[in-house]
Design a protein around this ligand. Sequence first.
Ligand code: NAI
Length: 392
Amino acid sequence: MVIEPKVKGFVCITAHPTGCQKNVEEQIAYVKGKGAIRGGCRSALIIGASTGYGLASRICAAFGCGADTVGVFFERPGDVKRERPGSAGWYNTKAFSKLAAEAGLYVADINGDAFSDAVKEQAIEAIKKSPMGKVDLIIYSLASPRRTDPKTGQVYKSVLKTVGQPRTDKSLNTDTGEVVEVNVPVATEQEISDTVKTMGGEDWKLWIEALDKAGVIADGCKSIAYSYLGPTLTYPIYRDGTIGCAKKDLEATVPQIAAIMKKHGGSAYVSMNKALVTQASSAIPVVPLYISILYKVMKQKGVHEDCIMQIQRLFADELYNSKEPDLDEQGRIRIDNLELRDDVQKEVFDIWPRIETQNLNELTDFEGYKKEFLKLFGFGVPGVDYSKDVEI
Ligand code: NAI
């Protein structure tokens, strides 16, 4: 069928298999172009492996380090009967797995709920079947709006709200290109704790405990979870809001994970990553407007990076190549250093109060934002003939 983008609010409900494949090929080419990563992982488990930072991590592990990979994700296959294309992460994974297998690497894909015990068991079985039988890198890159507690069956939903005081701020209607005011309401105590339960560190710890118990953690194994800080501008919505509470909880779990990894001579960290257009970030109020300004400033200064560039730098400069991670005083890896550079943030801060619908395209990279957003779903990718029938 011929597939066109169908954007509904902050999601696109269609995805293009050929476009997604090209995106994956482009990321692989970037990683290969940077050269082999010395002393890299040999066998990696990526939790949240199909899009965004997790996909980039899987690509760096496989094509930068030459590692076997087990990928866990939650994606929708194409439905031929109902003529419904699959999700982008489904096609990304198809493309990745084909190319990794062709390169002679072991690949196992697990499509299911990473929060469940059953998926953890499946991942352990897949690791046991891999050539090494263990993993020496575990990336935790989930972004999910809900979580079913595997012990109680209770469903928790995360909310994007403030803590303490409501907040009225500028935001962007990415459908219409209008700068609007959003009122972000205050979360209740219950909503805060539900968000922490969903996106905090509990599930990361459950994964590491399950892998440890199953004896599949290799000597010297590293585990990294991804987090975000951002500028003070977005603190009320992000860092000091409900999602920030969950991220702080994730960060506070590091010592517990590190204690388990230490038994294997390994280590655990959070990496604070840069704000980027992904399916997860486009749902957060205020953030798309901030990203549009940030892209403009960082591109002008020649320091813009996308997911694959960020993660290649994480692997090559912080985790491997005989390097030790450079940590901040709270023990975190900071690949968000360019985003938060003083000169970058000063310009973003200068632009922020002046933004209105009329000057959006002049003062921000909203065009770039829209392109990146569609690209996530395989649309607008150079070299793809979108008028052609494609297998879903
Ligand atoms: P994304 O939406 O592109 O990827 C999320 C991944 O999680 C996908 O592979 C999806 O299939 C998987 N997933 C979601 N629910 C699942 C479930 N129940 N079971 C199995 N897999 C599931 O998100 P993105 O942006 O790459 O985020 C990944 C991590 O990076 C998150 O922790 C996020 O907070 C963090 N981060 C993101 C930043 C950004 O600007 N996008 C900045 C800094 C950190």
